[in-house]
Design a protein around this ligand. Structure first.
Ligand code: F6P
Length: 543
């Protein structure tokens, strides 16, 4: 049996080493090594990572790499790429990397070349997208499609919604995309506002095709179409679907020839590059969608083939472990300086927290150390005027990823430079702060000095790319996917299952009929849930 993680020499050494690092301030660290800002950087797939403003030394990095080696990260990466059943509790591979492998490659899993299957499905999707984009695919009244409404939730929504917002400049001007996820009727109503029913295509995405929110929204969409187009209208061209089992579309009236497939080895939160991206493929077109895949693939290749020291996802993952397990950070923030990426933190929340929110190891034993941190964030500069105060002067240590681009999609270089100036300024302010002496020299009134001192020594990564393109976005997505995998490999947990979300779903399906039932219906929950059900019914019915 492998040695317990906390008893390994490298873990103990890191615990001890933490004291050495805590004694340092980034000001001193930079002063003693003028090359640090250029040295602690790495590049891959069009992304430049500056991790010099982290609270670590060369020894920290060396120890973290040793930890990764001892926890068999390279072997685990190889196992994932080979299609071994790394999702141990569900006994299957996690092969999102196969979704973006080039056509000429082959990856045989259980006797089947999955790359071949991926490309044949991609070709089907592309042919369908072409028909919609060219106007050949028409609705019940013979009109071409002008709106694509994606219905899905979690991984069947967050990725496509985020990517569409991010890449809207690449989307067809002839097509509007809307995303509906919440079972709150307001969500669907809002998404349908202003749409022409005869020109609307619904893409119903659910790997299981049993997620209640999605099924109900698909049903309500059909009703919306029927009330506008009449009960006799042929609604077949208004719905396509994406599911694990193509026959499952029948349950909501979608024939199997209009279904696209997501394999069971693709997890919801890592499914953007699969048929889950169909609404993106339709709105962006094949070329842009394929460049998104190529961007992810470039990062996959880098992750699989680069030594730990220069490997971007490995560096990011090990930094997350360092802060979580040794420096006491419970949360991590992500701040893209790009309004187009405003949904990126929400997208990452599922990837990061659904994957690594686990407290047992792959073998079912209690996790030995803290795992998954809380990820949160928002777009810069708005975030500066909202939560950055806490990052700068609060008592919690919160590492931040600042993501920026050198060129804007809009024609306003000046304002874009101002945006970038803010990103760089925040990283500088977080790291180096402002001392009492500096404030005094600048003539700050004495009484204000304690309030104005900026402690600095607050860690951040800066991720810079030339421009937010489909390929850059693909690379960013894969970077975080593999960082999450790296963390899980160190902690010995399975990042690919999500059993924790099941109980709530089960209870909701028990409570839903109880809400509809009359007040005489007996309830058998705890006293709080019973009382809340009574109160809800009374408020709803105006009693
Ligand atoms: O709620 C958890 C979850 O299973 C996610 O992992 C998944 O992305 C989402 O629900 C949607 O699932 P489906 O695609 O099967 O509708």
């Amino acid at each position: 049996m492998a040695e317990p993680l906390v008893e390994s020499a490298v873990w103990r050494r890191l615990q001890w080493h933490r004291g050495e690092v805590e004694a340092l301030h980034l000001r001193g660290v930079f002063e003693s090594d003028p090359t640090r800002g250029e040295r602690l950087t790495a590049e891959a797939a069009g992304l430049h990572l500056d991790y010099s403003k982290h609270r670590l030394t060369d020894d920290t990095l060396q120890l973290l790499r040793r930890l990764a080696t001892e926890r068999e990260l390279p072997e685990k990466v190889r196992a994932m790429f080979r299609g071994e059943p790394v999702n141990t509790s569900e006994g299957r591979p996690a092969l999102h990397v196969a979704l973006r492998m080039p056509r000429f490659r082959s990856l045989v899993v259980d006797g089947v070349d999955v790359v071949k299957g991926v490309h044949s499905e991609l070709d089907r999707m592309s042919a369908f997208a072409d028909r919609v984009r060219s106007g050949e695919w028409v609705g019940a009244t013979g009109r071409r499609i002008s709106a694509v409404v994606n219905i899905g939730i979690g991984g069947s929504d967050l990725g496509p919604a985020m990517a569409y917002e991010a890449l809207e400049p690449y989307a067809s001007r002839e097509l509007t995309a809307r995303f509906v996820s919440n079972v709150d009727p307001a969500d669907l109503a809002g998404a349908l506002t202003g749409l022409e029913p005869g020109e609307t295509l619904f893409v119903v995405v659910s790997k299981t095709m049993s997620t209640i929110e999605t099924i109900e929204n698909a049903r309500a969409s059909r009703e919306w179409l029927v009330s506008a187009l009449g009960a006799g209208a042929d609604l077949t061209p208004h719905f396509v679907g994406v599911a694990g089992d193509p026959e499952a579309g029948e349950r909501i009236g979608i024939p199997s020839e209009n279904m696209y497939r997501i394999w069971d080895w693709v997890g919801g939160r890592t499914s953007l590059c699969s048929a889950v991206g169909l609404s993106l493929l339709v709105t962006l077109g094949e070329e842009s969608f394929r460049s998104l895949l190529n961007g992810s693939q470039a990062m996959d290749d880098h992750f699989a083939n680069t030594a730990l020291g220069g490997n971007l996802p490995v560096i990011c993952g090990l930094l997350a472990v360092w802060y979580r397990n040794f420096m006491g950070a419970e949360t991590t923030a992500v701040v893209p300086y790009s309004d187009a990426l405003r949904l990126f933190p929400a997208y990452l929340q599922q990837l990061w927290m659904e994957s690594n929110g686990k407290s047992v190891t792959t073998s079912g034993e209690p996790a030995e150390v803290d795992s998954g941190s809380v990820l949160w964030g928002g777009s810069g500069t708005n975030a500066q005027h909202a939560f950055f105060q806490l990052l700068h002067q609060g008592t919690a240590l919160i590492p931040v990823d600042l993501i920026g681009f050198a060129q804007s999609a809009e024609d306003s270089a000046e304002r874009h430079d101002l945006l970038a100036a803010n990103l760089l300024a925040q990283a500088e302010a977080l790291a180096f702060g402002r001392t009492a002496d500096e404030l005094e020299d600048a003539g700050a009134p004495e009484a204000t000095i304690p309030h104005r001192v900026m402690p600095g020594n607050r860690p951040s990564s800066v991720l810079l790319a030339e421009r937010l393109t489909p390929a850059t976005l693909g690379a960013l997505v894969a970077l975080y996917e593999h960082s999450v995998f790296t963390q899980a490999a160190i902690w010995g947990i399975n990042p690919f299952d999500q059993w924790g979300v099941e109980l709530g779903k089960e209870l909701a399906s028990r409570i839903a009929p109880e809400l509809a039932a009359g007040w005489k219906h007996e309830l058998h929950h705890d006293s709080s849930t019973n009382a809340l059900i009574h109160r809800y019914r009374a408020l709803r019915d105006g009693r």
